[in-house]
Design a binder for this molecule. Sequence first.
Ligand code: GLN
Length: 483
Amino acid sequence: MHELTLAEIARGLADKSFSSEELTGALLARVKQIDPQINSFISVTEELALGQARAADARRAAGETGALLGAPIAHKDLFCTLGVRTSCGSKMLDNFKAPYDATVVAKLAEAGMVTLGKTNMDEFAMGSANESSHYGAVKNPWNLEHVPGGSSGGSAAAVAARLLPATTGTDTGGSIRQPAALTNLTGLKPTYGRVSRWGMIAYASSLDQGGPLARTAEDCALLLQGMAGFDAKDSTSIDEPVPDYSAALNGSLQGLRIGLPKEYFSAGLDPRIAELVQASVKELEKLGAVVKEISLPNMQHAIPAYYVIAPAEASSNLSRFDGVRFGYRCEEPKDLTDLYKRSRGEGFGAEVQRRIMVGTYALSAGYYDAYYVKAQQIRRLIKNDFMAAFNDVDLILGPTTPNPAWKLGAKSSDPVAAYLEDVYTITANLAGLPGLSMPAGFVDGLPVGVQLLAPYFQEGRLLNVAHRYQQVTDWHTRAPNGF
Ligand code: GLN
């Protein structure tokens, strides 16, 4: 049963080939047996899952239908889950049990999904390798000596290892698309404001967005349907109707205009990845797409701008973790200042502390204009580049990452080397655009992803193109050895 996709599970539950309780029991057993190899779960919520599975079976017996009713899910451990530890991968929140459900968690539970647990992640979603978690690094099922990508690395590794068909992730600078690429999954970062951020522990609020990770575009469509929609509790949620994403999957690609930014194919890109990207373009041309070169001239400034804006917002968001109200508190503080200093010094890991310091510096009175304001100006230029490009093309295509998954530890002493891996993904967050990564081949046995970017609220177009591509290719069906 662990090999089924979400769509296949939906069919199996609908035609009563198995019950949700049977499926849930089988997957929980597999998580227990397999996960110690990859460390993708922080918490397994067995009791909650079995209760939800029985409830879903009862709802179905009473005549209710719905693709997600009784299907399994696991949430990145920054989605607040009522009564369940929500750690954000940090010692700071190791003892934090959320007093409410995030909107995404609540919506998927109402649709009948069964929560198997909470997945491992880089501490406070900062990272591209999933090595900075308080609960230990996550390993890539394609090669256990390599990273799975981050920060939603647990969500990606769990699906890649066939522990369950789909998970939630969040993407502030690539954390859904990059681990999807590195583990042979399909991952979608929606338009900023499409999915509620309420109850998602904030990293950089103007960039964070939740979305699905699964093996196929078809499954991402099912999951996004359950996650998307207006939420009055999130002031940046956008009140736009949610289209039928599954209905959009089979649209024709005849005449679809795809732009290839010339800046993407520069020296930093592994030439073997460039070849696979070109091969994916050929497949889409066979399906009727027309391809042209475009330019995103300000792309070179994206990493420096992002690594000012994201830490600046993080330094503000993380000020709430002070040893007083939530989470970790140091032993025997001498006075209030000692309590703040030691609780934060002991509760946060090195990368989180680095970002808080960088962000605080960039926001300080003497440097605000030189760094933060400049970065915001660059952000606008990057958005303008995309707006100009989308006058000429319907979709932008390129690599998701410049390299395949690297070895555990290979970049951990050089943060900038890891930051450079985000070069293709962070521009979508700076501009608020939707993006999708889909499997497109292998280099040295490690998966490679192709990224598609579309105009605001065109998630349906991304899913349509990825689905049509997945009907004529089989990269996404390949499983890692031993899983
Ligand atoms: N790698 C990026 C960072 O470390 C993106 C992380 C994310 O999308 N959450 O900030």
